[in-house]
Design a protein around this ligand. Structure first.
Ligand code: NA7
Length: 477
């Protein structure tokens, strides 16, 4: 058994954001990886990280946590912070016969680091969420034949990715701190002010030209912020949904394919809208075909390909972009046991119960970064993570070795508030991972907190200022 000596790291200094230059609006994986490596090197973080290790268990031992790993290690710690990620555990594959496929099966969530060459291959992609929408155009560049199996079409807005303008970057950096401070108090953790104008208060031409402008600019924020009631009012939302369907019809030449790609069974924003680079254009390639699983459901994967109620599509490679067991999956994959040996999986059998998405009653000295019940995936993740890390860091300093645990009543009050806030959201009108609806058998619960990052930050700060209201603080025996 070993105990790690804590090393206090000060907040990352502002020089970091000044010295690093991003090249694109949406940098690709290699650039993000080199940034992470730069930060690790710059602040000598590697010595504090144990790589290639899976945490399998965490058990509360009365005054400390004992953490077990797949390497058989047991590590003790006074406090345990789970930063296990909201979208890090792929959902279990729920396609009949998936294990029988004779060729290679690739999961978008665990893509081979060395890349995959699809040149000359017949490829099937199952799933058209963000991962599928991003992967499909890239795979189509190489594949001899690509068949996309779509169960639910998604709303997709152009990313308009491209190089960052050096002048714009200089201007942003000149006032970086202020921009970041401003963003950290908005609802979405992003700069920009949503319009207060209703989409229903303007005529069709005005609305169309506003949507066209946001479409040309690219990115979800610009589009979502065009009118103030897109996220609130079904009729207003429908104006955005109709606009997107019309853009699909403009691009996709085959009318049946265009119709199948247009979402009609959920409002815009009920599932996470996607950003694309050439997604709809891909369906104009003679080598690409869409199979609409709403018309011809997928029945099974067989050694030679994918079978639907109508046909067998023979393929060489199978790509599964089928999503994640979001928000709770990675935590519950660890055997976490709190006070009196209670398993977190049992405490959350009917869905997660948390106080502020930061702690769980019955699990002392445990914190979650962007846990269920916090804004997390509904805002800029980086800003949400920073807010939690800052709050927990201050809390640990204030605790000075004392034990902290949410009070049951505060937790139930917060959990009810998260559910109640969710009822007004468009998200309730779709079957998404936000609700756990993508995983068979998972309780249907509104997982993130829809109240907005700025107000949530204020609540967390008030809780801390009032001596951690709603938490029980006790001297450690
Ligand atoms: P998503 O958004 O959960 O998308 C998964 C896709 O896979 C979606 O189209 C699903 O259809 C489809 N799917 C899942 N299971 C099946 C089965 N059994 N049969 C057919 N189709 C299936 O995951 P992503 O990885 O794309 O994105 C996750 C988040 O990462 C994203 O929201 C962003 O926040 C970033 P369905 O819609 O369930 O009918």
């Amino acid at each position: 058994m070993r105990r790690r000596e804590p090393r206090v790291l000060l907040f990352l200094p502002p020089e970091l954001e000044q010295e690093w230059d991003w090249t694109e609006r949406y940098p690709a994986q290699p650039e993000i990886l080199s940034y992470a490596e730069h930060v690790a090197h710059r602040f000598d973080l590697r010595r504090d990280i144990t790589f290639d290790t899976r945490v399998t268990a965490a058990t509360w031992r009365g005054d400390h946590w004992e953490v077990g790993t797949d390497g058989g290690e047991r590590i003790t710690a006074t406090y345990c912070v789970f930063a296990t990620g909201c979208l890090s555990r792929p959902k279990d594959l729920d396609l009949p016969g998936v294990g029988t496929f004779a060729g290679p099966t690739y999961l978008t969530s665990s893509w081979p680091h060395e890349g995959v060459d699809f040149t000359g291959r017949r490829v099937a992609v199952v799933g058209t969420g963000s991962s599928g929408v991003q992967a499909i155009p890239v795979i189509a560049e190489q594949a001899a034949q690509l068949t996309v199996f779509q169960r639910t079409p998604n709303y997709v807005v152009p990313a308009r990715n491209g190089p960052l303008d050096p002048e714009a970057q200089r201007a942003r950096k000149a006032d970086y701190r202020r921009f970041r401070e401003e963003a950290s108090h908005t609802l979405g953790g992003l700069l920009g002010t949503p319009s207060t104008v209703s989409a229903l208060s303007v005529d069709e031409d005005t609305r169309r030209s506003a949507y066209e402008q946001a479409w040309a600019q690219g990115g979800l924020t610009a589009f979502r912020q065009t009118y103030g009631d897109i996220a609130l009012d079904l009729a207003a939302n429908d104006t955005a949904a109709r606009f997107i369907r019309s853009k699909i019809r403009e691009v996709v030449r085959d009318p049946d394919t265009a119709a199948a790609l247009g979402p009609t069974n959920h409002p815009f924003g009920a599932k996470r809208p996607c950003l694309d680079t050439g997604y709809f254009q891909t369906y104009n390639k003679p080598t690409v075909r869409l199979v609409d699983l709403q018309k011809t459901p997928l029945t099974e994967i067989v050694p030679g390909g994918v079978r639907t109620t109508e046909e067998l599509v023979e393929v060489d490679d199978l790509v599964l972009a089928t999503g994640f067991d979001a928000m709770t999956g990675a935590l519950l994959a660890i055997d976490i046991r709190g006070r009196d040996g209670v398993r977190l999986a049992d405490a959350w059998a009917d869905g997660p119960h948390t106080y502020l998405g930061l702690g769980v009653a019955g699990f002392p000295n445990l914190f979650t970064i962007t846990g269920p019940g916090s804004p997390s995936v509904l805002c800029n993740m980086m800003v949400a993570i920073e807010q939690h890390v800052d709050w927990i860091t201050d809390c640990l300093a204030a605790l000075d070795g004392r034990t902290i645990e949410p009070e049951e009543t505060a937790q139930e009050h917060w959990t009810a508030h998260v559910a109640e806030a969710g009822t007004k959201s468009m998200i309730m009108r779709g079957n998404s991972w936000y609700l756990g609806a993508n995983v068979p058998g998972k309780p249907r619960v509104f997982l993130p907190y829809v109240g907005g990052l700025g107000p949530y930050r204020d609540t967390c700060d008030e809780v801390a200022a009032e001596g951690y209201r709603g938490f029980r603080l006790t001297e450690t025996a």
